[in-house]
Design a protein around this ligand. Structure first.
Ligand SMILES: *Cc1c(COP(=O)(O)O)cnc(C)c1O
Length: 412
């Protein structure tokens, strides 16, 4: 041996390695993570970071929650994947729990958020033809401007973000867009061929946008009046993130369809669901829809345990109380870079003045102070920690942000 093989231990080398073998469809914050525990993440050099991103809200339970890891390990040694060619004793208890918590009646399990959205689109269209009586192939689904529902070809077909669609056509037709939070525009867009309004009750990837109070309630009334299904994508807002179990509870309504994902897998597995009424879900007949891995015993056990822990440990209340605290502390920051602070529960956007600095720069400075987050578009720093976070850890995050903002100010 003459020369040492190139070391892959240093973070810098690893980032180069990953960029050579992994498609560049993300622009990661330059940190190489190796281990997680609760609200903390550790990089290859053993540096410790507070996770204020929680994998786009998938890690509400914190990293490697010991009870979830135990459930995973126990079930992994018992039965993992059966496909739905057979019944499994793990599935029904999980789905029953989702029904009990949401107030809806039946569930179609899937794996990723985008797949559950696809499922909702299929359900809404079938309902449109078979119950509402829309002529075949003419059903329309209304969506909101700046929506985010995932990345499959049909789902990007109704995105307003050009970067999501560029050179991925031809796209799926049958979607119509209205401004988010605008009840009059929605009413004007509804026709006899409208089968559903599909919307996030609060928009996540658009930058944590909160609609006017009362809007969702009016949407519910409008949908009832015109016999249109209200389908809420709560992949990100659901399961406590906004300070209620589901964001629709802020307005005391119940949707006809509810899409869940992200935190449903306890930060361990991809688990998603389309939750709805018997009338709607019974429109799926054997052979009409499916997924090899959906509803597998391993996911069902971890998902059920994740929901039980969320209830037992009062994640919803924590999110509401600590979210208010975080927002108040952030509003005290006197930084010329911040234009607004908004959010709901532990789901907060710090809007950075684009004239002064890109949000990306703030996130990179934040990393240097031991806190991880990611910009949304060019202007928003998103703060969405695991719901198990404690007050003193939020104080640490706010202090780090304060220092990061000062660093950025001194650079510009
Ligand atoms: C993340 C997200 C999705 C897509 O989920 P994936 O698991 O990434 O496919 C869908 N809808 C909303 C609102 C989301 O935030």
């Amino acid at each position: 041996m003459t020369a040492l093989a190139p070391s892959r231990t240093a973070s810098q080398d690893y980032m180069t390695f990953e960029s050579q073998v992994c498609a560049p469809n993300y622009l990661p914050i330059p940190v190489v993570l190796e281990r997680g525990e609760g609200v903390w993440l550790y990089d290859k050099e053993g540096r410790k970071y507070l996770d204020m991103m929680s994998a786009y809200s998938a890690v509400s339970h914190g990293h490697c929650h010991p009870e979830l890891v135990k459930e995973l390990r126990d079930q992994a040694q018992t039965l993992c994947i059966t496909s739905r060619a057979f019944y499994s004793s793990a599935l029904a208890p999980f789905l029953q729990k989702i029904c009990d918590m949401s107030g809806l009646e039946m569930v179609l399990p899937m794996n990723t958020g985008a797949e559950a959205v696809e499922t909702a689109v299929k359900a809404a269209r079938r309902w449109g033809y078979e119950i509402k009586g829309i002529p075949d192939n003419q059903a329309e689904i209304i969506v909101a401007h700046n929506n985010f529902h995932g990345r499959t070809t049909t789902v990007i077909s109704f995105s307003s973000e050009e970067a999501y669609k560029h050179h991925f056509g031809p796209l799926t037709t049958g979607f119509k867009e209205v401004p988010f939070g605008d009840i009059d525009a929605l009413e004007k867009a509804i026709t006899a061929r409208t089968c559903a309004f599909l919307v996030e009750p609060m928009q996540g990837e658009a930058g944590i946008l909160i609609p006017p109070v009362g809007w969702l309630k009016k949407v519910r009334e409008l949908c009832d009046r015109h016999n249109v299904l209200l389908i809420l994508d709560e992949v990100q807002t659901g399961l406590g993130r906004t300070g209620k179990l589901f964001a629709f509870q802020h307005e005391g309504i119940l949707p006809d369809g509810l899409i869940l994902g992200k935190a449903l897998g306890g930060g361990i597995l991809p688990v998603s669901a389309f939750v709805s009424t018997r009338e709607i879900l019974n429109l799926f007949k054997p052979g009409s829809h499916g997924s090899t891995f959906a509803g597998n015993p391993l996911s069902a056990k971890v998902g059920l345990k994740a929901l039980e822990i969320l209830e037992r440990d009062n994640y919803v209340q924590r999110s509401a109380e600590l979210g208010n605290y975080l927002q108040n502390e952030l509003k005290k920051l006197q930084s010329p870079l911040i234009t607004t602070v908004r959010g709901s529960g532990l789901w907060v956007a710090v809007e950075i003045d684009p004239q002064k600095a890109p949000a990306r720069l703030v996130c990179e400075a934040l990393m240097a102070h031991g806190v991880l987050s990611k910009e949304t578009h060019d202007t928003v720093v998103r703060l969405a920690p695991p719901l198990i976070i404690e007050k003193k850890q939020l104080d640490f995050a706010v202090q780090a942000l304060k220092e990061a903002l000062q660093d950025v100010e001194s650079q510009i």
